[in-house]
Ligand binder design. Structure first.
Ligand code: BTN
Length: 243
């Protein structure tokens, strides 16, 4: 597929949106060495310093219904987790829906955005940010204790190229499986890495705050939470794991 490379950009997700509106092939990639205005979920900013991480977005045009969009986030998290394990040997965990953590600290952020009309997805943009070679002192103070990087974990400089290569390999592989065999095989992989399942969690959703036990995810990628014996489906939200 096509790869559009930038030295610098505001946000690869924003750039991807511009490109997608002009019409692109399924699987087009926008990657940048740095982002001036990297974006996170809930209008947060995302620290993306030059040459120190992998900041990129993939434009997909899957035959999904809009409510299936969370599948893309789970697919991306699974691909990145597998690639990190292969390249560095570091075992990381996925916190539903979109964070990859190491010992409770954020290593990867994923921001999925879509453009849909009625029951049809025009395109989905999966933005992924991987902290690769960022020293703790280089991070803004407010994230030093809640974020980490592969170099901080391993004590070594990690090849961004090798890692990117593996991520793209797994992304393509899982995307093909998803289209040919459905979502079940991806869910099985995802469950292996999940740190959310079987935990007491609190979810801050768009309209409500829920607390219960995360029991599973369903075929659309929604989290199933047991609240006093009642199962509730959560499509999006900020999850914190409770003691
Ligand atoms: C989050 O943790 O809230 C999501 C962070 C997503 C960051 C990536 S970096 C590449 C892409 N471009 C952006 O502006 N954001 C995503």
């Amino acid at each position: 597929s096509e790869i559009l490379y930038f030295e610098t950009v505001d946000s690869t997700n924003t750039q991807a949106k511009k490109v997608a509106l002009q019409g692109v092939k399924d699987g087009t990639i926008i990657i940048s060495e740095e982002q001036g205005g990297g974006r996170g979920r809930l209008s947060r900013s995302f620290f993306s310093p030059k040459y120190k991480g992998i900041w990129f977005s993939v434009i997909l045009k899957p035959k999904f219904l809009p409510q299936e969009a969370p599948k893309c986030t789970l697919m991306a998290a699974t691909a990145i987790t597998k690639a990190i394990e292969d390249v560095t040997g570091v075992k990381v965990g996925i916190k539903w829906p979109n964070d990859v953590l190491y010992e409770g600290k954020k290593l990867v952020g994923i921001l999925t955005e879509m453009n849909a009309e009625m029951d049809c997805i025009n395109y989905i943009i999966i933005g992924m940010g991987i902290n690769v070679n960022i020293d703790k002192e280089e991070m803004p103070e407010e994230i030093q204790n809640i974020a980490t990087s592969l170099s901080q974990i391993t004590g070594k400089k990690i090849s961004r190229l090798k890692l990117l290569n593996k991520i793209l390999y797994y992304l393509e592989h899982l995307y093909i499986i998803c289209q040919e065999e459905g979502f079940a095989p991806i869910l099985d992989e995802w469950r292996k890495y999940s740190i959310t399942l079987n935990q007491h969690i609190r979810v801050i959703g768009t309209n409500e705050v829920l607390e219960g036990i995360a029991v599973d995810i369903d075929d659309d990628g929604a989290l199933l939470v047991n609240i006093d014996g009642q199962i509730k489906r959560v499509l999006a939200g900020d999850v914190s794991i409770r003691p």
